[in-house]
Design a binder for this molecule. Structure first.
Ligand SMILES: [Zn+2]
Length: 281
């Protein structure tokens, strides 16, 4: 299920920042925690106690900023102390620091409602790509993607018994993502419409700390994937379904769904789904 499908740390848009959840046999696996994840998760009707693991692709705010708040609000609603988080360093330190900063709040709430205070969770830093975890439902592996200057930044592949789902994370078009996703049922890939992004940046970049058009577009090209290239990667991977999420420009309605599909289908011949918040796949 897609939760937030937006790109970048842009509040107030139609699409929320990045987050997705995979559900298998009553266990929920959360991928990324952009702003809005807690609210969107609650709206799915899934129980917070179902959350087994949390995976962060990379340490950018549109992917991690609500990770801590998700833990605290989740705890109040039954999130288990046994939840296990995985992600690039310094995730462990960030978790400790956040929970320490909230200690007084946690203890007030615990005292008021006779709860066991939420303490430090199991948290695994992933300094390099490779196997991430395995339980009775799923085997998770990561691949290093290219999203400078963020290092490491990962894509993840989830192999369940009955299906495989790969996430590109934020990256330029990468053969390594095609390799990771090879034969998967679903590839969830970020995407950028270059022309519409240029128009948006030209219009709005002066509001972003006076970042110049050239600087912003250099970042976009060095860090993200033009939609046609996303289709090429999906075709190379041989996936059945390509799901677009983290779309740039995402929220302004400038790029209709048909245009995304047209771009991706230049090279990809499978099923294409344009992601929207709270879409169940
Ligand atoms: Zn992002």
């Amino acid at each position: 299920m897609l939760l937030g499908t937006g790109a970048g740390p842009l509040p107030g848009m139609n699409r929320h920042m990045q987050s997705s959840v995979l559900v298998h046999d009553g266990a929920a696996y959360l991928v990324d925690c952009g702003l809005g994840v807690t609210d969107l998760y609650a709206r799915t009707g899934l129980s917070f106690s179902a959350v087994r693991s949390i995976f962060i692709t990379h340490q950018h705010p549109d992917h991690n900023v609500e990770y801590g708040p998700f833990l605290i609000i989740g705890w109040i609603h039954g999130l288990k102390q046994s939840v296990h988080a995985f992600g690039p360093p310094p995730l462990n330190q960030m978790t400790e620091d956040y929970l320490r900063s909230m200690k007084t709040t946690i203890y007030f709430w615990a005292e008021d409602f006779n709860l066991k205070p939420f303490g430090m969770i199991a948290c695994t830093d992933l300094p390099q790509a490779g196997p991430v975890m395995e339980d009775e439902n799923v085997k998770v592996t990561s691949v290093l993607v290219q999203h400078p200057p963020v290092h490491p930044a990962y894509g993840y592949r989830f192999d369940f018994r009955d299906r495989s789902i790969a996430f590109s994370g934020d990256t330029v078009p990468l053969e390594a993502v095609a390799d990771m996703a090879r034969g998967a049922d679903v590839l969830v890939h970020e995407a950028m419409d270059v022309q519409a992004t240029e128009e948006m940046v030209r219009r709005e970049s002066t509001q972003w700390h006076d970042v110049s058009f050239g600087t912003m577009m250099h970042h976009m090209r060095a860090d993200h994937s033009p939609i046609e290239e996303v289709g090429r990667i999906a075709q190379k991977a041989g996936v059945k379904t390509l799901v677009l999420s983290h779309m740039t420009p995402d929220s302004t309605g400038l790029v209709p769904d048909e245009k995304w599909i047209q771009g991706a289908s230049r090279y990809f011949k499978g099923k294409i789904i344009v992601g929207h918040d709270l879409m169940v796949i």
